[in-house]
Design a protein. Structure first.
Length: 174
């Protein structure tokens, strides 16, 4: 998993360097938190480029995520979706044509994968311990296409089950 650092918009402040030092320095990825489909995702390969990109996003009063770039991932990533405590779908995304972003909408390819027991446990633990990435507009088209799983339906079923298990006073049971 890559190291991440989130940054709320601070238009008045210049880049301090903490944004990229927190993730081990360049190369790194800067993402708009409000971006979708790989739009607003920039690979920066030097501190000066990182300062320029971060300062530009701040000028726009954008909230960003600064993330370690993992070259060894070879322009691939694994996405898994957990609902409740169950991994309901997992896929690998692979970029094409020299593009570092593996998003389906940027030309990436997708296919279903089976996670190992260790990967499943890591994913479950991560959902309880920290936020890996905040996505204000997560797309589920890719994972539904790759896995033939009705992810949206499973999400609705889970929310409905949680609502039905509400305790008196409006608290939802864990």
């Amino acid at each position: 998993m890559s190291e991440c650092h989130t940054q709320a918009s601070q238009r008045k402040h210049r880049t301090s360097g903490l944004e990229f030092d927190a993730v081990g320095g360049p190369p790194l990825v800067v993402k708009l938190l409000q971006g979708t489909q790989g739009i607003g995702v920039v690979l920066v390969e030097s501190k000066s480029a990182a300062r320029s990109v971060i300062d530009a996003f701040r000028q726009l009063e954008a909230n960003i995520l600064v993330q370690e770039f993992i070259k060894e991932a070879d322009n691939r990533d694994v996405r898994c979706l957990i609902i409740g405590d169950e991994v309901v779908a997992a896929m690998e995304r692979v970029s094409t044509g020299g593009e570092f972003r593996s998003d389906l909408h940027r030309g990436g390819t997708i296919h279903e994968i089976e996670l190992t027991d260790e990967e499943i446990q890591t994913a479950r633990t991560a959902t309880k311990a920290l936020v890996l990435e905040v996505n204000s507009s997560p797309g589920i088209e890719g994972i539904e296409t790759a896995t033939n799983v009705d992810v949206a339906g499973l999400m609705i079923d889970h929310v409905e089950a949680q609502l039905h298990s509400q305790k008196p006073g409006g608290q939802v049971s864990a």
